[in-house]
Structure formats: structure tokens, C-alpha cells
Design a protein around this ligand. Sequence first.
Ligand SMILES: Nc1ncnc2c1ncn2[C@@H]1O[C@H](COP(=O)(O)OP(=O)(O)OP(=O)(O)O)[C@@H](O)[C@H]1O
Length: 245
Amino acid sequence: MSNQAACVSIQNVSKKFGKHQVLMGINLEIMEGEIFGLLGPSGAGKTTLVKELAGFDTPTSGENYVLQEKMPSLQLINRIGYMAQSDALYEDLSAKENLQFFASLYGLKGKQQKQRIDDVMEMVNLSAHLHKLVSDFSGGMKRRLSLAIALLHEPEILILDEPTVGIDPVLRKGIWDSFYELNRKGTTIIVTTHVMDEAEKCDRLGLMRDGSLIAIGTPNELKENTNANSIEEAFLVYGGVTVED
Ligand SMILES: Nc1ncnc2c1ncn2[C@@H]1O[C@H](COP(=O)(O)OP(=O)(O)OP(=O)(O)O)[C@@H](O)[C@H]1O
């Protein structure tokens, strides 16, 4: 990984909502072509951080650079794919109409638009439901449709906020296979999760707790450095927490 360029550089980023300090002096570089996972309990600040990377929020202090541009940057809209934690879908439109709407925003037209819609729906295993109203979709189907939308314009960086919540293990594996496939083709993937087995699938992890990045490394490094058998155990050691049942 040493000869890769950083495509994300987070420089001393802090964020406050009123008096509530949500991010504290985060420094992190994410390399081109890696799958980077942000792991941490609810409220750790993962969503706040990835929202800033996607250009939907700004730090109170510090700077975020994505593809060498200071964020937020309108110029990057076509180069970043973002899947938010809550689905931003039009419930009274069909899946196809939702995809067409977002495809138009990205400037995809005609045959190319149709092809991309078919490709992404196949990737998330929803091809059979193209014409169904989103209001008739299950929670997991909505997640997968949101993912399909994030993939439409073949972004160089894909930012996914808990992409597989509410998705059953078989489909989850299928979705991770798609991530690996995209990653093989060069897409950098940044994913937040609090699922430990997903964390193991990342090239590197950033462990977050109470707005701080408490450790960064490959899953193996994090386990070896703490003499832990699992990422969960490593997390607890880095966090200075003792294991309780
Ligand atoms: N717009 C906001 N206004 C005020 N507080 C906020 C806002 N957004 C987030 N927070 C607070 O910031 C903290 C971090 O939230 P964030 O959603 O980033 O955590 P998270 O690690 O992504 O958690 P989860 O896994 O539950 O999504 C929480 O305490 C949350 O209540």
C-alpha cells in the first residue's frame, strides 16, 4: 500500500453541534483503491465524519480533502457515490423511476442510462423488482436500491454508511462480493459499520469512540497489537474497556 496515493486526507477535523463535541481532532489518510472501514458504537461520530467526506456537512475546525479537493466541493459530485444511513428514496415512485431521476442528475441519458440501471439493479439483486413501487419494498430492498443509486455513475470513491443494515446474511455476502468486484476495478470504498464480521472484510480499519479515532490498522495489525482473537476484543482493549457479559 506504500506506493499508493491518498485519495482522502482528514486533517485535524473537529465537529461540534452546539456544545456537543462530536468529532475530536481526527487525522486520517485513506489510500486510493482500499476498502477502509470506520468501526465504532452508535454515537461514535462515524456518520458525521462520512457526511463531511461526501460534502453534506462541514467541520467546525480542520479540513477534509477528497481527491485533492477541499470539501465540500461541487466539482466532486460525479466522482463520489454516497449511500446515507436513512434511505433518500421517493416512496410513491417505482424503483426504475427513482433510478432514472438520480441518473438524470448525474447526466446519464438514453442507452447509457438504461444500461447502468440494468447493471446496478443486477448488482444488488433487484432486477425482478424494477417496476415495483418503492412503498412496497421491504427495508432491506430499500437499502439495496439506495446502494444501486450510489453506484449509478460509477464513482471513484464510494462512501457507504452502514450499507447492509437490515439485509439478511446471504444477500449481505452478495453485496460484499459486489464491493470486492468494484474495488478490484479500482473503486475506493469507505464503509461505516458496527458489525464485526464486516470489519474483518476491510483492508484497513479506523476504530472510533466518543468522537476520536482510537486506532488505525489492518484487521490483523489491530488484533496482533492487542493480543486479541477478534476485532471486537481489540476494540475493547484500545478503548480501555473491560469485557462484560
Ligand atoms: N445534526 C445534529 N445535531 C445535533 N447532534 C447531532 C447531529 N448529528 C449527529 N449528532 C450527534 O452526534 C453524535 C454522533 O452521531 P453520529 O451519527 O455521527 O454517530 P455514529 O457513530 O454514526 O452512530 P450510529 O452508528 O448510531 O449511526 C451523536 O451523539 C448524535 O446525537
